[in-house]
Design a protein around this ligand. Structure first.
Ligand code: C5P
Length: 246
């Protein structure tokens, strides 16, 4: 499923510790962006069903970034639970590619068995916090990081996942390796007018889209936008103007 609506390309990372804070952002931004990424912090503290149901009830589309990795049977069970219980409300779901092809295939089969229209399943390749030295010396993977990312993306594609989460710098490689229809979802996006913060290898939203990225995950440039410059809605409006979305 290829994304064609430009507004849908912006997914806001709701890295907030409480549900009221997350919901305030959903209500403010739901008409301006494609969806909201929630992850381990909020789901662990509040509970995944409560988070998904509250965001969906507030009108937000949910990207559930729980990064599953376990034996195939356990991951299949977790995917089945999500798709069965709130598959209509979850648009995307993540799994670690290095769980291996049997785990990835089990997840795809569980999702398809539970729904005719399951969420998009996305593979996490190499976390952006891992550099080549760590990959080589700690994890014993003796190939360049980008080669390894492409290997994991091909594994995800062979298992019939819908796409991968990658740094914007890796989109071109993935599109060459896996074809234009294999989705790329990229964090590490920073408008030129914001701080990069702890993100290192960043591109602007327009640059990320030019590389072929299908979806942009953007957190703090939107969620922590200063009130004096118009807050979160103004930040999104500015990003969309840069994308030529209006
Ligand atoms: O605030 P910021 O725009 O940096 O948020 C980016 C989001 O994307 C965060 O939720 C972060 O955990 C997530 N992420 C990332 N790098 C990855 C995978 C996920 O920054 N490789």
């Amino acid at each position: 499923m290829k994304n064609t609506d430009p507004k849908q390309r912006i997914l806001v990372a709701l890295d907030k510790p409480t549900l009221p804070e997350a919901l305030a952002l959903v209500r403010e931004l739901r008409d301006h962006v494609g969806g909201f990424k929630v992850g381990l912090e909020l789901c662990t503290s509040v509970g995944t069903p409560a988070v998904v149901e509250a965001i969906a009830a507030a009108g937000g589309s949910v990207f559930l970034d729980l990064k599953f990795k376990d034996i195939p049977n356990t991951v299949a069970g977790a995917v089945r639970a999500i798709v069965t219980n709130f598959g209509d409300q979850v648009r995307m779901l993540t799994l670690h590619c290095d769980g291996g092809s049997a785990m990835l295939r089990a997840a795809v089969e569980a999702a398809r068995a539970a729904s005719a229209t399951p969420p998009l399943l996305l593979g996490v390749t190499v976390m952006t916090s891992i550099d080549t030295a760590t990959l080589n010396t700690e994890l014993g993977v003796h190939e360049p990081l980008e080669t390894h990312v492409a290997r994991l993306a091909r594994l995800a594609q062979a298992a019939d996942l819908d796409g991968v989460v990658v740094s914007p710098h890796e989109v071109t490689t993935i599109k060459q390796s896996c074809g234009p229809n294999f989705l790329t979802v990229t964090p590490g996006v920073r408008p030129a007018w914001t701080n990069t913060g702890d993100q290192r290898r960043v591109l602007t939203p327009a640059e990320a889209i030019r590389t072929g990225a299908d979806y942009l995950v953007i957190g703090r440039p939107i969620t922590a936008a200063p009130a004096e410059s118009g807050g979160s809605v103004a930040a999104v409006t500015r990003i969309k103007a840069e994308l030529g979305v209006g």
